[in-house]
Design a binder for this molecule. Structure first.
Ligand code: ZN
Length: 141
């Protein structure tokens, strides 16, 4: 393990949804992704319909990420609907949605706090660095 990986995460450390974590823990990422989308998109992408993937270009950073159709739809549509990150959501879910809404671009607790508009960067950092990874959200590698 490199020194970088051992460094203690701080409020400005970028975090990201780690897909390998979902595979390793046999958790179904798609179920969580579906729960993050609006009813309209869910009806457009039924459970049994295969999703295709396409390159998604981040308008802010110019980075290219590979997202499936449903995910791209969340980034472009659902995430802009009022209540996408509702105050009723558990904090962990709100953090997950913030990352999903950016197509999994790495976000620091400070940035996450700006997006979800609740809690504070220190608490968000504490949530993300507990004994078990929350929804596979780990320091970006
Ligand atoms: Zn939608």
């Amino acid at each position: 393990m490199s020194a970088v990986r051992l460094a203690r995460p701080m409020v400005d450390t970028p975090f990201q949804i780690n897909m390998a974590w979902w595979e390793r823990n046999r958790r179904d990422f798609m179920t969580f992704l579906r729960e993050s989308s609006c009813p309209d998109c869910l009806s457009r992408f039924p459970l049994d319909a295969p999703l295709s993937e396409a390159d998604y270009i981040d308008a802010e950073t110019g980075e290219v990420r590979r997202l499936n159709d449903l995910w791209a739809c969340i980034v472009e549509e659902c995430a802009h609907a009022p209540g996408y990150i509702s105050p009723d959501l558990p904090v962990a879910t709100a953090i997950f949605r913030a990352l999903v809404s950016r197509g999994n671009a790495p976000l620091s607790p400070v940035q996450i706090h700006q997006i979800i508009q609740r809690s504070n960067p220190q608490t968000i950092l504490r949530v993300l660095t507990g004994p078990t990874a929350i929804l596979g959200i780990l320091p970006a590698v």
